[in-house]
Design a protein around this ligand. Structure first.
Ligand SMILES: [Zn+2]
Ligand SMILES: [Zn+2]
Length: 55
């Protein structure tokens, strides 16, 4: 098991912490997924358990 630096999703409503290599980069910021990267324009959350981000 290797230690991986994890980053908080750049979405302010999002509590997700993800490994940078799986993050979605947009405008120099790292997001946990497409929903957050797009600013929840589709009204959907990231779908991660325990996270209420949905715009
Ligand atoms: Zn989230
Ligand atoms: Zn997120």
């Amino acid at each position: 098991m290797s230690e991986v630096d994890r980053v908080k999703c750049a979405c302010s409503d999002c509590v997700c912490v993800i490994p940078p290599e799986t993050a979605v980069e947009r405008n120099g910021q790292l997001f946990c997924g497409d929903s957050c990267a797009k600013g929840h324009t589709e009204g959907s959350g990231c779908g991660h358990v325990g996270c209420k981000c949905s715009g």
